[in-house]
Design a protein around this ligand. Structure first.
Ligand code: CP
Length: 353
């Protein structure tokens, strides 16, 4: 397994499924009243946030506490990162702090993907991408866990179809990555100009996003469809959407997005039923109720998975921290180290107590 978690495309299908299995085991154990293995005792996670966050910040911070470690929060504008100090210098300084045992894992939510890549290249410790304009890989893990928990009867993950409705946000792109990696059928139902093939929201348009997904499909047997014809969502097991204004937080920008997407791309119960009578609703959150989704769908106990999905951010991030955190200079078990084996042994030991 590679040192950093910047992009799920750096991992094999099996490695990603191992993390999900680990996340499920810990989740099940704690729901039964068990205790978390303190495998990250005396370890620190440095959390860099260039943008606001609820789910990602809380998940990382509490997951670190669960495993006996500590998280330091560096909010927007509170540290030098690619502003007054170059990204390379910041990474170098953080590397020296790491050698002084102050930081054992780093995560960063960044405006520019190249900054989290630069941090990873410049530091000895594992670096986790907490979302960039390019992708949102920890969201992918939580979403995969949620889908695995809600597989339609008789289906495996590779038999499922996910339809993303709306704008080619970084979450949309990330879903294409994880679905194609798993061998699923991925669909983006969105207007021209806002499709993955138009470059999505990414800043670096040199990257051919679709080509990455298609390479995954060659290995996994998955498919990718991008269309503005609603027919493409037929038989989808999972209907997923994200806000229409993407990374833009300007009110006027949001209003113009309404003109492009409303009402064709709003997820309503009619749309859910058009996909299929048992289709499930997913959303990375936060949602703009009344825009990309209506209350009836979001609050439906039978159809909506979005609250489980939010909880699963923490369960999956905990497994990721366990897997990457055991590879730091302070406790390096070598390339053969298996977080899965160690965690399962720890879980079994706790169950004997
Ligand atoms: N889904 C997600 O990343 O939520 P936050 O922005 O609240 O972290």
């Amino acid at each position: 397994m590679v040192k950093d978690f910047i992009d799920t495309n750096d991992f094999t299908r099996e490695e990603l499924l191992d993390m999900i299995e680990l996340a499920s085991s810990m989740k099940a154990m704690i729901k039964k009243g068990g205790r978390y293995p303190q495998i990250l005792k005396n370890k620190t996670l440095g959390m860099i946030f260039q943008q606001v966050s609820t789910r990602t910040r809380i998940s990382f911070e509490t997951a670190m506490t669960d495993l006996g470690g500590h998280a330091q929060f560096y909010g927007p504008g509170t540290i030098q990162l690619g502003g007054h100090e170059s990204i390379e210098d910041s990474a170098r300084v953080m590397g020296r702090l790491v050698m002084g045992s102050l930081l054992d894992i780093m995560m960063a939510r960044v405006d520019r993907h190249k900054d989290v890549v630069g941090l990873a290249e410049g530091s000895a410790v594992p670096v986790i991408n907490g979302m960039s304009e390019f992708n949102h890989p920890t969201q992918e893990l939580g979403d995969l866990l949620t889908m695995m928990e809600n597989l339609p009867e008789g289906k495996k993950i590779e038999d499922c179809k996910l339809a993303f409705i709306g704008d080619a946000t970084q979450v949309c792109v990330s879903l294409m990555f994880i679905c194609s990696k798993m061998g699923m059928d991925f669909v983006q139902f969105g207007p021209k100009g806002h499709q993955i093939t138009d470059g999505g929201l990414q800043v670096d348009t040199d990257i051919d996003l679709l080509a990455i997904g298609e390479e995954n499909c060659k290995v996994s047997g998955g498919t990718i469809t991008i269309s503005d014809d609603i027919e493409c969502i037929k038989d989808a097991d999972f209907i997923y959407t994200d806000v229409w204004y993407g990374l833009y937080d300007d009110e006027e920008e949001g209003a113009s997005y309404m003109d492009v997407f409303y009402p064709k791309y709003q997820v309503t119960m009619d749309m859910m039923n058009y996909a299929g009578p048992n289709s499930k609703f997913m959303h990375c959150l936060p949602a703009s109720r009344g825009e990309e989704v209506v209350d009836e769908v979001m609050d439906s106990p039978e159809r909506s998975l979005c609250w489980d999905e939010a909880e699963n951010r923490k369960h999956s991030i905990r497994a990721l921290l366990a897997a990457l955190g055991k590879r730091t200079p302070l406790n390096d078990e070598g390339v053969e180290y298996s977080a899965k084996a160690e965690l399962h042994a720890a879980l079994e030991a706790l169950e004997q107590l």
